[in-house]
Write a protein that binds this ligand. Structure first.
Ligand code: NAD
Length: 381
């Protein structure tokens, strides 16, 4: 099913999405207002494809064919023949509203209009359309050509026809598709919050330092990176902004409360690898601190963070954000967790997870630690 795919915004995500669509044989029109950004996207793609040729993943003529399928443009009027337009401009609702209203003036009646937003409501983005039945969220992960997961988010306005078209198309791009409810953070950015938040909380309580918490999660949990190393990769500005927006969007539910430690690091400009300083110092000539490898404390830290993650995964099932299978797939394919959280819970025993949460809830008396009703119900069976 060869389609004409429009991609709006040639930044980190737009560039990657255009590559994926072109590699799958579609004609792509990549539009950005910024000509420099378009040039950068074009030269980045050339470099990436050249590497793929060197690695023997594609041949020279395939490289040329992929390149020739992408048209770079400054004007959204170029989208007039598109079957689907995926918007990947900056995360600003007001701007997205303006852009979607203009897009509808240009595209065909049956063109699907999608947003790659990480945190905004798809229903709200679609509200500016005369025909909002065609709005949908298509959430790729960074880098889009490499990360297998795509979250597809139908809004309340989206028709079944729009959903089916989108799911089939993105599956044909060899992506792992999960369908999720139009709720803050969708699946991954919601369920993953305790990985960062609980790690920060443990640090703030003085239980362990960054390196020890990271060690606990990689050593006992098999996570590829500990929370502080990962936050330094993502950037404390970005990670903090997602946490804050999820917290606000959940009407200030204490489960998602942001941390002062992260806020202060962001305020200090300790953003992570990109500023050579985050929780760790990456400047030349410095060495990373070593963890205190105390197995008892390490296991406690790991068990506490894992229990909080599992509680969040149960909440996502309970609130029907996605199916049990999709929630486990999302965490393994979207953020490389070593196991799906629900499968992990079965392995540990639901009673054990529940006991851990009840102990935390009892000790702190904070709503943050309340066990999810579905977990309680299932632990009773
Ligand atoms: P980016 O800042 O790298 O790129 C945004 C691009 O949009 C820029 O090139 C800018 O020139 C262009 N732009 C801005 N306004 C425009 C307009 N009116 N018309 C055309 N082009 C315009 O941003 P990004 O990181 O690629 O993020 C894009 C979207 O994808 C955001 O909604 C973000 O939340 C989401 N997202 C980002 C990531 C990530 O890790 N970066 C992951 C998933 C989803």
């Amino acid at each position: 099913m060869k389609q004409i795919i429009g991609v709006l915004g040639a930044g980190t995500m737009g560039e990657g999405i255009a590559q994926v669509a072109a590699q799958n044989g579609h004609e792509v029109i990549l539009v950005d207002l910024n000509t420099v950004q378009l040039e950068k996207a074009k030269s980045n793609l050339k470099k990436i494809l050249t590497k793929l040729v060197e690695k023997g993943k594609i041949n020279e003529s395939e490289k040329e064919a992929i390149e020739s399928r992408i048209k770079y443009a400054n004007e959204i009027s170029e989208f007039s023949l598109c079957n689907l337009v995926i918007e990947a401009i900056i995360e600003d609702l007001g701007l997205k509203h303006k852009v979607f209203a203009s897009l509808e003036e240009i595209v065909a009646k049956d063109c699907i209009l999608a947003s790659n937003t990480s945190s905004l409501s798809i229903a709200s983005i679609g509200s500016v359309l005369k025909n909002a039945n065609r709005i949908i969220g298509i959430h790729f992960f960074n880098p889009a050509p490499i990360m297998p997961l795509v979250e597809i988010i139908p809004a309340v306005q989206t028709t079944e026809e729009t959903l089916i078209y989108t799911v089939e198309l993105i599956k044909s791009w060899k992506k792992t598709v999960v369908v999720c409810k139009d709720t803050p953070g969708f699946i991954v950015n919601r369920v993953a919050r305790p990985f960062y938040g609980e790690a920060l909380r443990i640090y703030e309580e003085g239980i362990a330092d960054f390196a020890t918490i990271d060690w606990a999660m990689t050593h006992f949990g098999g996570f590829k990176m500990g929370p502080f190393t990962l936050m330094d990769y993502i950037g404390n500005d970005i990670n903090y902004a997602v946490t804050e927006s999820v917290f606000q969007a959940f009407y200030y539910d204490p489960r998602f409360k942001p941390s002062f430690t992260q806020k202060r690091h962001r305020e200090a400009g300790y953003l992570g690898r990109k500023t050579s300083r985050g929780y760790y110092n990456y400047a030349e000539g410095t060495t990373l601190p070593l963890p205190t490898e105390n197995a008892e404390i390490g296991k406690q830290i790991f068990n506490r963070i894992l229990a909080m993650l599992i509680n969040e995964a149960f909440d996502a099932v309970f609130m029907q954000v996605g199916s049990k299978e999709d929630i486990d797939l999302a965490m393994t394919k979207g953020v490389n967790y070593p196991k799906g959280l629900l499968a992990w819970a079965d392995e540990i025993g639901l009673n054990n997870v529940l006991a851990q949460l009840q102990a935390l809830f009892e000790e702190y008396g904070e709503d943050r630690y309340r066990p999810n009703p579905l977990l309680k119900r299932m632990a009773r069976i």
